[in-house]
Ligand binder design. Structure first.
Ligand SMILES: [Zn+2]
Length: 319
């Protein structure tokens, strides 16, 4: 038996001195301190190939294994993370939503992050959103009234206060998709004073950077196409999104043995069956915990957040 710690990262940058100091992420200096901590405290960095071999070829992993995963293909991962990992000989696994490469668009999830980062008063965003919802209700879109939605969705989340959770859920899946896009774009335009094209260029890594990272030993995995809550999508839409996401990644992944990382950790039996049918050999979730290759299977891979480890906290000790 060996414990496998898988750490989840999103933004890794000099946040305090950046254009968006309100963005939720890890300071690059803390990333370096985190790697130092792991190296000095008996953790062994493993590669994705080793984890797959542990599941499929009885490969024996070191006792306290750790693997690093980076979601959403931010330019941070190329500029800040990749050189640091390459210098230390550590593999990172990078999960790419296909649409950002294919259509050069900013995903709604990232527009939402920036709206929330630029306007610290989330109650104000919520009030704006509710007014906009009233405006569109009954015109082209039908959805429940505001009080009903507030009652169901305005609840504290794991990382967010109730109003922030409400905003995210409305804009991520609770409202009709075309309306969500309209509302996100309106809020983005009003709050974040930058064009989506400029943000796209700043925010995401490019396909040639991805190929260079792969060539230098990094692992590339799938993260859907449009970054949907796959569990909430219809079956055909869900399948199409996964396939389109794989298509964009081309040679960067092996279609007979690839690793899925569910956007928002959203999956159910149907989604799991679909990724298996499409050749996935493993699925990374947002289940919170430490893995044991003997007790949890390759399709329920749990993770801890970077904030669960020093220098941010010592919560990892609870698992
Ligand atoms: Zn994601």
């Amino acid at each position: 038996m060996s414990k496998v710690y898988i750490i989840m990262y999103h933004y890794v940058r000099n946040i305090a001195g950046s254009r968006y100091p309100g963005i939720k992420g890890l300071e690059t200096s803390d990333f370096i301190r985190q790697l130092d901590f792991l190296e000095e405290n008996g953790f062994s960095f493993i590669r994705m190939e080793e984890l797959l071999a542990a599941y499929y070829e009885s490969y024996e992993l070191p006792e306290k294994s750790v693997m690093l995963t980076f979601d959403d293909a931010y330019s941070d991962h190329y500029t800040n993370v990749f050189p640091i990992l390459a210098e230390r000989g550590i593999q990172g696994s990078f999960f790419v939503p296909g649409e950002i490469i294919d259509r050069r668009v900013v995903l709604p999830v990232n527009k939402i992050h920036h709206i929330l980062a630029v306007e610290p008063d989330h109650n104000r965003i919520k009030e704006d959103l509710l007014k906009m919802m009233d405006h569109y209700r009954g015109r082209e879109f039908s959805f429940p009234d505001n009080d009903e939605l507030l009652l169901s969705y305005e609840k504290a989340g794991k990382f967010d206060d109730p109003e922030t959770t409400f905003i995210k859920k409305m804009l991520q899946y609770a409202l009709p998709e075309r309306l969500r896009d309209i509302l996100v774009d309106e809020l983005f335009k009003k709050t974040v004073c930058i064009s989506p094209e400029v943000l796209w260029d700043e925010l995401y890594l490019k396909d040639y950077q991805l190929r260079l990272m792969k060539k230098n030993g990094m692992y590339i995995g799938a993260h859907g196409y449009h970054h949907y809550h796959l569990k909430e999508a219809g079956k055909d839409e869900m399948r199409e999104d996964i396939i389109k996401g794989l298509d964009v990644l081309g040679d960067s992944i092996d279609r007979n043995s690839w690793v899925m990382n569910y956007p928002y950790g959203s999956y159910d039996e149907t989604v799991e069956a679909e990724v298996k049918a499409l050749g996935a050999k493993m699925a990374i979730t947002t289940l919170v915990g430490v893995n044991d290759t003997e007790t949890n299977d390759a399709f329920t891979i749990a993770r801890l957040n970077t904030n669960d480890f020093p220098p941010v906290s010592e919560k990892y000790l609870n698992y």
